[in-house]
Design a binder for this molecule. Sequence first.
Ligand code: MG
Ligand code: ZN
Length: 394
Amino acid sequence: MKNSLILLVLCIALFGCKKSATDKSGETRYKGNEYNAAGISLFNSSHQGEIKKAKNVIFLIGDGMGLTQVSAASIKNKNELFIKQFPVVGIHDPQPSEGIITDSAAGATAFSTGQKTFNGAIGVAPDSSSLKTILEECEELGMATGMVATSTIVHATPASFISHRPSRKQYEDIATDFMLTEIDYFVGGGKKYFDRRSNDDRNLVKEMQDNGYVVNDYFQKDFQDLKIDTKSNFAYFTADDDPIPVSKGRDYLMAASTAGMEFLKLHDDPNDTKGFFMMIEGSQIDWGGHANDADYVISELLEFDKVIGEALRFAQEDGETLVLVTADHETGGMAINSGSTVDSLKVSFSSGYHTAALIPVYAYGPGAELFAGFYENTDIYTKLKAAMGMPANK
Ligand code: MG
Ligand code: ZN
């Protein structure tokens, strides 16, 4: 990582030298204010065309993962986290369209559509009209798409990438929206919303199988024991409803995430030309915050951090993958208080809900530099598209 940064700085330095050397006037090009302006605009306009496009995006959302949550996990892990390796860090403002404290639905819809909306809204605008999501746009471009979550797959965060509903509680309706997309790979809980529905008699698992998906679940086989065929679309249900916490034995996040990266790279595309978009959610960091349970927060975050490490390893090897990590909001108003030691953190919470705290963004890979600085949560959508070289349409 360090090497590539040095290389980038070197390239920019060489580019600058070449320009001034070929200046026909014979005078040095950079003077006074002009020099300063050129000196600081390393990633702006004229250089942007030189930045390599991200072919693949791995977007990791730690639900409720504010800076204190990361701090606590870091202290508990001997000050070592993969998340601390990112060369580019920015900050987003998570406020929704109404009020100042967002929920996960409005938060994820901001990321997936570039529009601020009301709390509870899944992939819809403030007037409840449907907004195309970045996952759907990637799908239309022929890219492979996938999602892995440690909640149900119809829960607010993953739902906001694929569904369009005014209420996050419409779980069965959100499940039917999965039938309207061609998402290639997904893993999460919530099987009952697909095959034991109360609103209608549809069996969506059967419908998916009829549409060419290979569907498995935890009743039949552990994820780790599956042989995954990259030619067919793939779905795996990890629970009937919400998956259990990692501390109680949940063990699929790493396996499903790493298998997903390899699957999406080659799905329908043995020569690896089209690229993919993948969203991975550490859903239960938020639930630890709601429960004001520091151990719950930390164990979920440490598991999520290991997956971040695998995403970084994949991206480093692949060279065309942007890894983006952020949270939709902070949960619990978590604080690490005076008197804390490594062995005994004195943690307190000021809330059982989300807070309005600004949220860090961590980026690595082609286009990462776009994520430095201070911006709105909706800009993450715009920046992701810019990194992938997709035209801005809104
Ligand atoms: Mg969530
Ligand atoms: Zn929450």
